[in-house]
Design a protein around this ligand. Structure first.
Ligand code: 5GP
Length: 215
């Protein structure tokens, strides 16, 4: 073959990668995501909208966009959210416009969302890469949640109940990372990002350079 065929052209993915990370609360997802973002400065974190109140040290527009319930209703009504869900009694959602713009610009974007929202994106987004982070055990998860001390005791109980439901969803994710050792879990996440970036369809731009005038 001397050129690039139409089939190859159709199979190309010139846009950014959507990395969706889910985990039960306390599995270490936030710390792992932060570490991953510092390893890949060109990877951007999506900032969600939520009706939850800010915790101490959380910043508007950095951790979340904190909005009132009626504003959230309006975003849902206008179809502004790519996905949304009720998690631990509060609503959370991802802006469709921000997500679309990032992916169109070739920006890789990391979403830290629950499994209900991830399932919605799995339906709507062909190129998503879905990663589930598992804690080593339910006992360890309980310990971590109690130690974290940012939530009331009743909240810890709700989070534990939800954890079992969320872990049941792990089977349909593309990858499962077990966070029993932070360094190893980070290494696994890093390998996933690197492998996804090496996919032939994403490297199409480089192949094309060998065939000037092919398109
Ligand atoms: P937290 O209140 O502890 O920050 O987050 C609670 C849960 O909400 C976490 O599992 C987190 O991944 C999830 N979450 C955060 N943002 C979003 C979002 O935009 N959509 C969905 N579906 N879940 C989210």
């Amino acid at each position: 073959m001397n050129g690039i065929d139409a089939e190859t052209l159709r199979g190309s993915i010139p846009h950014g990668t959507l990395l969706v990370v889910s985990a039960p609360s306390g599995a270490g997802k936030t710390s792992l995501s932060r570490a991953l973002l510092s390893l890949f400065p060109d990877l951007r974190q999506s900032v969600s909208f939520t009706t939850r109140s800010p915790r101490a040290k959380e910043k508007e527009g950095v951790d979340y966009y904190f909005i009132a319930g009626r504003e959230f209703d309006e975003m849902v009504r206008q179809g502004d959210l790519a996905e949304w869900a009720v998690v631990h009694g509060n609503r959370y959602g991802t802006s469709k416009a921000t997500l679309d713009a990032a992916l169109r610009q070739g920006q890789d974007i990391l979403l830290d969302i629950d499994c209900q929202g991830a399932a919605q994106l799995k339906e709507s987004c062909r190129q998503g890469v879905f990663i589930f982070i598992l804690p080593p055990s339910l006992e360890e998860l309980k310990k971590r949640l109690e130690k974290r001390n940012t939530d009331a005791a009743a909240d810890v109980e709700i989070r534990l109940q939800n954890a079992r439901r969320e872990i049941a969803a792990a089977s349909w994710y593309d990858y499962i990372v077990i966070n029993d050792d932070f360094g190893r879990a980070l290494e696994e996440l890093k390998s996933i990002v690197l492998s996804e970036r090496c996919r032939a369809a994403r490297r199409f731009g480089f192949v094309k350079k060998f065939f000037p005038g092919a398109d």
